[in-house]
Design a protein around this ligand. Structure first.
Ligand SMILES: Cc1cc2nc3c(=O)[nH]c(=O)nc-3n(C[C@H](O)[C@H](O)[C@H](O)COP(=O)(O)O)c2cc1C
Length: 183
């Protein structure tokens, strides 16, 4: 059974709402155990436990929040070189479109890469004109259907990669499913 951690920081609740949708997406793939942690309560054991993780933060000055950065600086630094190889992705809520939410995702991915995680983006369109190449993004709370679908798509893709690469369930590969759907 694949183990998925959704780790988030949220000062005013918007990223927390995204996290709930990412969980929904992850749980849409059978056989996944999903754990959700607010970064202020998360421990290194949560990260050791998981096979795949989605990390969410509000966009702060175009990057991840200091509380999320502190988790990796203080809590996880002693575990550096002990957690490599997990599959990871990012999501972020900003004050507005163009406010740097994709940059914030990239800053999260940079931190995750430093820990040796295998980070990914998503090529799919979650809706018309809505994709998530660097992670799922929202302006404030995930209100519209297309933003909500992007969050769910991120969680689902994380679970699919864990199913394929950790659990050895090749049939969960998204391209494999696309091909089967076309037949
Ligand atoms: C210190 C600080 C810095 C921020 N920097 C940005 C920013 O660079 N770009 C932006 O669009 N919004 C910025 N915001 C707004 C938040 O990203 C936005 O309100 C977000 O939805 C908050 O998410 P949360 O409810 O999960 O905390 C900033 C907010 C704070 C408190």
């Amino acid at each position: 059974m694949g183990k998925i951690l959704i780790l988030y920081h949220s000062a005013t609740g918007n990223t927390a709402k995204m996290a709930t949708l990412v969980v929904e997406g992850a749980e849409s793939i059978a056989g996944m155990e999903v754990r959700v942690r607010d970064v202020e309560a998360a421990t290194a054991e949560d990260v050791h436990w998981c096979d795949g993780l989605a990390v969410g933060s509000p966009t702060n000055m175009g990057i991840l929040s200091w509380k999320m950065k502190r988790f990796w600086d203080d809590v996880m630094a002693p575990h550096w070189m002990k957690v490599d190889g997990k599959i990871a992705c990012a999501f972020s809520s900003s004050g507005g479109w163009g406010g740097g939410n994709e940059l914030a995702c990239q800053s999260i991915l940079t931190v995750l890469m430093n820990f040796g995680f295998l980070v990914f983006g998503v090529t799919d369109y979650a809706a018309k004109l809505m994709t998530l190449h660097y992670g799922a993004v929202a302006a404030r709370e995930p209100r519209s259907d297309d933003v909500q679908d992007a969050c769910r798509t991120l969680g689902r893709r994380l679970a699919e990669w864990v199913a394929v690469y950790v659990d050895g369930r090749g049939e969960e590969h998204p391209l494999c499913k696309t091909r089967m759907g076309a037949e």
